[in-house]
Design a protein around this ligand. Structure first.
Ligand code: URA
Ligand code: SF4
Length: 197
């Protein structure tokens, strides 16, 4: 489904992304491009939607309130942020946290695809609708898809994709949603364990 990276190295990819002006988000108040964070050999990768205010300020994905929840959910399956990789569908902050637009998602997509090509993770958790729709190539909503395993091909490798609720949605919806998130993370952890069995 996803194409092979057109960059020869991770460094070249990051260098280009950090200077990118390919979509309107470059001129709509971003402070910096938020490329991603984590381990270059991560077996588990998280894909969110786009940077918020705090991420835009720090240049690191998921460091605001939703990020603190994501960090706790990762801790909850006995892992740390340092051993996974965290990226977003769009790498620049949409103003006022509006939805990323289709042309912005399309313009940014090659960076995400290239990141996933280099990382070659075993399991990807998509956080919310935007990442799930992009990487599963579906119109189905996250509430239907969450917590299931999907076999996908990313840059020629087989990957298990597990969609889950976006942590921001979990913060808005509380208790039941949090329990669902925790359950989805356990699904991903088991899928990961299976690849090493
Ligand atoms: N929400 C996202 O989708 N990504 C971030 O990096 C932060 C909040
Ligand atoms: Fe480039 Fe992506 Fe930022 Fe748009 S969101 S300017 S495509 S890095």
């Amino acid at each position: 489904m996803l194409e092979a990276p057109i960059w020869n190295s991770w460094e070249d990819l990051e260098h280009d992304a950090l200077a990118c002006t390919k979509c309107p988000l470059a001129e709509q108040g971003r402070t910096q491009v938020v490329f991603g964070a984590g381990a270059s050999n991560a077996d588990l990768v998280f894909v969110g939607e786009g940077p918020g205010a705090e991420e835009d300020k720090q240049g690191i994905p998921f460091v605001g309130r939703a990020g603190q929840l994501l960090t706790r959910l990762i801790d909850g399956i006995g892992m740390t942020r340092d051993e996974v990789y965290i990226a977003n569908v769009v790498k620049c902050r949409p103003p006022g946290n509006r939805d990323p637009q289709p042309e912005e998602i399309a313009a940014c997509r090659p960076y995400l695809e290239a990141q996933l090509g280099f990382l070659a993770p075993k399991v990807i958790m998509t956080l919310g609708n935007f990442a799930t729709k992009l990487l599963l190539d579906t119109k189905e909503g996250i509430t239907k898809l969450r917590g299931q395993e999907f076999a996908v091909t990313v840059a020629g490798s087989n990957v298990t994709l597990v969609p889950t609720l976006h942590p921001s949605a979990v913060l808005r919806n509380g208790g039941g949603a949090l329990a669902q998130s925790r359950a989805d993370f356990v699904v991903a952890k088991r899928a990961l364990a299976r690849t090493f069995a």
